[in-house]
Design a protein around this ligand. Structure first.
Ligand code: 5CA
Length: 155
């Protein structure tokens, strides 16, 4: 089973029907994804894995924002967090960096959702590979991930 299929199957299990689109030009970064989709950079969901105290945490961040790690650590009440290595991210989610979807991982990961994503009716997230994205309503995304909505980005 390929990564796209793994993601769409996992989405089905949580009752989300995802319309995955493939972009041969690539959607590895938020900038690439916005250009491919033809949407604002702010509408791209970056699914960023962090590690704190040995545990993974997911921060779903608007493409226009940079995460402030100290704000995430404060919110989660962990001493400190740092961005996961590609190996750690893969181990936690089952997907490669650049294709990490916002849910449908091996195990649910405690998730924070950037409040700036809620300004849009539709946002776009990776669907398992660095050349796929799918659209989703950000409130639905919050619901599916049980995410805490917060602003944990640099000013
Ligand atoms: N497909 C796009 C848009 S949905 C995407 O997945 N974007 S992303 O932002 O979620 O994934 C790229 C992110 O991976 C980068 O912002 C960066 O935080 C992370 N990343 C890239 N290379 C590395 C690396 N060597 N180590 C750790 N994290 C990395």
């Amino acid at each position: 089973m390929d990564a796209i299929e793994r993601f769409t199957n996992a989405a089905q299990i949580v009752n989300v029907s995802v319309a995955v689109e493939r972009f041969p030009e690539g959607t590895r970064t938020a900038k690439d994804a916005a250009a491919a989709v033809g949407c604002e950079l702010a509408q791209i969901v970056k699914s960023l894995v962090f590690v704190g105290g040995g545990e993974p945490y997911l921060v779903l961040t608007s493409g226009k924002n940079r995460v402030d790690e100290s704000l995430v650590a404060e919110l989660l009440e962990v001493g400190s967090i740092s961005i996961a290595s590609p190996e750690q991210a893969r181990e936690a989610t089952g997907f490669v960096i650049g294709g990490t979807p916002p849910f449908g991982h091996f195990r649910p990961i405690p998730t924070t959702l950037d409040k700036d994503l809620l300004a849009y009716d539709v946002v776009w997230a990776a669907a398992g590979t660095p050349d796929t994205c799918f659209p989703i309503n950000p409130r639905k995304l919050q619901e599916v991930t049980s995410a805490v909505v917060a602003s944990v980005v640099t000013a």
